[in-house]
Design a binder for this molecule. Structure first.
Ligand code: GDP
Length: 596
């Protein structure tokens, strides 16, 4: 048994300093050459423990960090897209994460997104409050520890920084995390450490490295234990064409040993398993050597986790990014395990729902997880660009349920040939590279659709209205009756059925006219001549009587249950007068049954 280096991922909002921090860490450790420098992997950089100790000096000895952990293995591509792509069965590949924030800019959409993802994968992390050198009045001490540089700042600057840290503490609290500035943390298991740094000047970076090493040693050693002789397990970063090598794959190995000529199993985009034999294992040549030769890579006979490597092997063309990489073994049915994993990701969909597309297995999994938490049904979830078939299927889904005619597309494009199909369809596309924003837009759209639907439903409902037959204005007694009226409440519409105060149907509004003009509807206070089909004045009602629009019971119930707050005060009163009339005839009219 051996303990490997923890895999560390840097996440945070765009421009908050992810790349700068990784560059600084790499640069500063290269400078510390005498202590062994760094190992450049494919897609990752490993900083050995001695190098870290060398940089951190005194500071680390104070932390009582033993030699348990060999170093820190930083994933070179920062951001949550890389984080979710780099998965392993049941979780994230990264053992630890650094969530970076611009201390002057605070929480931004991708910060929340990264936080949600870390929460979802239960990945331990530290928060780094970057760009302290930009605080007003900050005095730079290149490469110094935070403690040292902080103690040399003016009181007002210190206060300013602390206020900003407290804002971060508050924001993290809202998201369900307890946190503190790292040097005030009393319990590292329950509180998140916030380390103020400048990725540009290097201030505080020492503490970041020491803290990561300390956390790994304290809480992760069990998880980091590997069997150096076990068949390797890894995750595919990407598939790449390389001159002279053909199609290769880049992968991170997190367990066991990988050897040339090993047979490995991988996941294909067709959802099948590929078994192939490793031709060579490659790692970047150190920069100096690269200059002297045309070659970029060095061949290795074997690598032990953690390692970032390039693999040359036949038939890699259709392997998917994020695929597991497993060396075949006699004890386990590796192929079946990979198939089970494909099932876990793809089959878990409903008959009806929306379509999800994403660029890698990991990001797809993350989006699907978030959608599930929001109770949004998913019809299908696939890797790759949005294509014609997706649009056709979504159009069909739209016809059955408008809300299912949506495509959530994370980090993928619409296939150029399919743009037109999309524009000509009712399908709604939500795309982008911030899951949380895409989902917010989708929810907004759903809300709008539901409101539109409710509105057209409301418009179709017969609502309370009444009028008075004005005395001495009976122009014709019957066939049809024509009388002068004044609308007292609500909106009267042509065609509506009318009842009198005893609840008897008197006929329906044939037409309404004012000064020779026909009016399809009139509102409260208007006086018009009304023709009422089938009514006889003197028999069905008298002049001076009030007549009500007859509301069907079903409509009444909808109003009562959903739209009552949309009625005006006089409509509301009329509704209850109308109800009283109805209930005189049938005391149960308009009451709700047990199952309504
Ligand atoms: P990313 O998008 O998160 O990878 O952010 P970058 O590392 O590319 O940084 C964005 C910008 O902020 C660049 O112009 C950096 O030079 C700058 N930057 C990053 N860290 C610091 C810092 O600590 N101090 C200052 N002053 N600028 C920084």
């Amino acid at each position: 048994m051996k303990i490997r280096s923890p895999i560390v991922s840097v996440l945070g909002h765009v421009d908050h300093g992810k790349t700068t921090l990784l560059d600084y860490i790499r640069g500063s450790t290269i400078a510390a050459k005498e202590a062994g420098g760094i190992t450049q992997h494919i897609g990752a950089t490993e900083i050995p423990n001695d190098t870290i100790e060398n940089i951190c000096g005194d500071f680390i000895s104070k932390l009582a960090i033993k030699d348990l952990i060999p170093g820190l293995f930083f994933i070179d591509t920062p951001g949550h897209a890389a984080f979710t792509s780099l998965r392993k069965r049941g979780g994230a590949l990264a053992d630890l994460a650094v969530l970076i924030l611009d201390v002057n800019d605070g929480f931004k959409p991708q910060t929340y997104e990264a936080l949600n993802i870390l929460k979802m994968y239960k990945t331990p992390f530290i928060v780094v409050a970057n760009k302290i050198d930009r605080l007003f009045g900050w005095e730079v001490h290149e490469g110094a520890s935070f403690r040292e540089t902080f103690s040399n700042q003016a009181k007002s600057v210190q206060q300013d920084l602390d206020n900003k840290i407290y804002e971060i503490v508050g924001e993290l609290h809202k998201e369900g995390f307890q946190s503190e500035r790292f040097d005030r943390v009393s319990n590292f298991a329950s509180q998140i450490s916030i380390i103020p740094i400048s990725a540009k000047t290097g201030e505080g970076v020492i503490e970041v490295l020491a803290m990561l090493l300390g956390l790994a040693q304290e809480y992760l050693t069990e998880q980091l234990e590997i069997d150096e002789n076990a068949p390797a397990k890894g995750t595919v970063l990407e598939i790449k064409e390389e001159t002279g090598l053909g199609v290769t794959l880049d992968a991170i190995i997190y367990d066991g040993v990988l050897r040339t000529n090993d047979e490995i199993a991988l996941m294909l985009s067709s959802e099948d398993v590929l078994v192939t034999k490793i031709r060579s294992i490659l790692r970047p040549l150190p920069l100096e050597e690269m200059r002297d030769s045309k070659k970029k890579f060095r061949k290795l006979d074997e690598v032990v986790a953690a390692a970032g490597i390039k693999v040359a092997a036949p038939h890699l063309d259709d392997v998917v990014s994020g695929s597991p990489l497993r060396v075949l073994s006699e004890d386990t049915d590796v192929e079946q395990e990979i198939l089970n994993e494909i099932d876990n990701i793809t089959i878990d969909t409903e008959d009806e729902g929306i379509l999800v597309k994403a660029d890698t297995i990991g990001s797809l999994e993350a989006v699907v997880k978030l959608l599930r938490e929001m109770d949004i049904p998913i019809r299908a979830a696939d890797i790759g660009d949005v294509n014609r078939r997706d649009i056709i299927n979504s159009s069909i889904a739209y016809d059955e349920n408008e809300l299912h005619g949506a495509i959530i597309a994370f980090n993928v494009d619409v296939h150029p040939n399919s743009e037109e199909d999309l524009n000509n369809s009712e399908v709604k596309l939500f795309s982008g590279d911030v899951i949380y924003q895409i989902l917010e837009e989708y929810e907004e759209w759903v809300k709008q659709k539901q409101e539109d639907k409710k509105k057209s439903f409301y418009d179709a409902i017969i609502k309370p209205a009444k009028f008075v037959s004005l005395p001495k204005l009976v122009f014709r007694q019957s066939k049809p009756a024509i009388i002068g009226i004044e609308s007292l409440s609500g909106t009267l519409k042509q065609g509506q059925q009318l009842i009198n105060k005893d609840g008897h149907v008197v006929g329906s509004i044939a037409s309404m006219e004012d000064k020779g003009e026909t009016l399809p509807d009139i509102s409260r206070g208007q006086r018009v001549a009304m023709a009422i089909k089938d009514a006889i004045v003197g028999k069905d009602f008298e002049e001076g009587d009030e007549l009500y629009v007859d509301i069907p019971e079903k409509h009444y119930k909808y109003i009562e249950r959903e739209f009552k707050d949309k009625l005006t005060e006089d409509e509301f009163e009329t509704l209850y007068e109308f109800l009283e009339i109805k209930r005189k005839q049938d005391s149960d009219w308009g009451s709700f049954g047990l199952f309504e």
